[in-house]
Design a binder for this molecule. Structure first.
Ligand code: UDP
Length: 237
């Protein structure tokens, strides 16, 4: 848990990040608060912080065991994880297996259309611009190297190839997700941020029930139960 010796580095919509007495280590404490539509909508429900911290911890560990470098060090308590201190790339990587959300609107795809192959998108991380979908040319102009862009796309596909079967075994379709990348002091790039129902879309394989933040975004009700159910499925042995 963060204490008085830890300093608040950043407070976001759903988490606080603290520096520690080790300059290479951060603490991320997940809150029960939620926002959607670039903070135009706000809410809160019990257990959200615990689900996001615990699910991120479990999935980062699983990804590490499957050859994916991540910032994760350990889970400290129900809502806090310890990570490496990274310098973040200004890129959000979205990977999609089925159509919903913004791609459905952009290309007039039918809800749930199953893609022939996973689709990788790169967005420029800037809330004031609503994280626009961009390509390599834009990101080069914004200072991101080709080597880092290649890493981002390959990482997105690798994370998908590890996590889609993981969730399938637990009765869940991994519809789409967003990840972020950072670099440590030696320049080593790795997976960062979080993997949770805030950043992924999860549909029950049998019923197609949505078990993620779309329940909050679209006022569907049952969001607290959905997060608890996802935590149960991920941590069940
Ligand atoms: N996503 C996210 N943060 C964002 C935008 C999207 O974590 O700022 C996730 C979202 O939860 C979904 C995926 O990225 O799993 C694709 O989202 P999409 O572009 O469809 O966004 P929408 O505008 O529909 O939320």
């Amino acid at each position: 848990m963060a204490d008085q010796t830890d300093n608040l580095l950043y407070e976001g919509k759903a988490k606080r990040v603290f520096t520690t007495d080790d300059a290479k280590v951060l603490l991320h404490t997940y809150k029960d608060d939620a926002t959607a539509f670039n903070a135009k909508k706000r809410g809160s429900w019990e257990g959200k912080g615990k689900t996001n911290a615990t699910m991120s911890a479990a999935l980062f560990s699983y990804l590490e065991a499957n050859g994916v470098p991540t910032h994760f060090i350990e889970q400290v308590d129900d809502t806090t994880i310890k990570t490496k201190y990274l310098t973040m790339l200004p890129v959000e990587i979205v990977v999609r297996n089925l159509a919903t959300g913004s791609i459905k609107r952009m290309l007039d795809f039918e809800e749930g259309r199953k893609f022939k192959a996973p689709i990788v998108e790169l967005c420029y991380k800037d809330d004031s611009l609503d994280d626009p979908l961009v390509n390599w040319y834009h990101l080069r102009e914004l200072g991101v190297s080709d080597e880092d862009l290649e890493f981002c796309e390959e990482l997105g596909l690798k994370v998908n190839s590890v996590l889609a079967p993981f969730f399938d075994e637990r009765g869940i379709i991994l519809v789409d997700f967003k990840i972020e990348v950072g670099k440590d002091e030696s320049g080593q790039a790795m997976l960062a941020d979080e993997i949770s129902p805030d950043t992924c879309r999860f549909w029950d394989k049998e019923t197609n029930e949505k078990l993620d933040k779309d329940r909050f975004r679209n006022d569907m009700g049952g969001v607290e139960d959905a997060y608890a159910e996802m935590l149960r499925r991920v941590t069940a042995s």
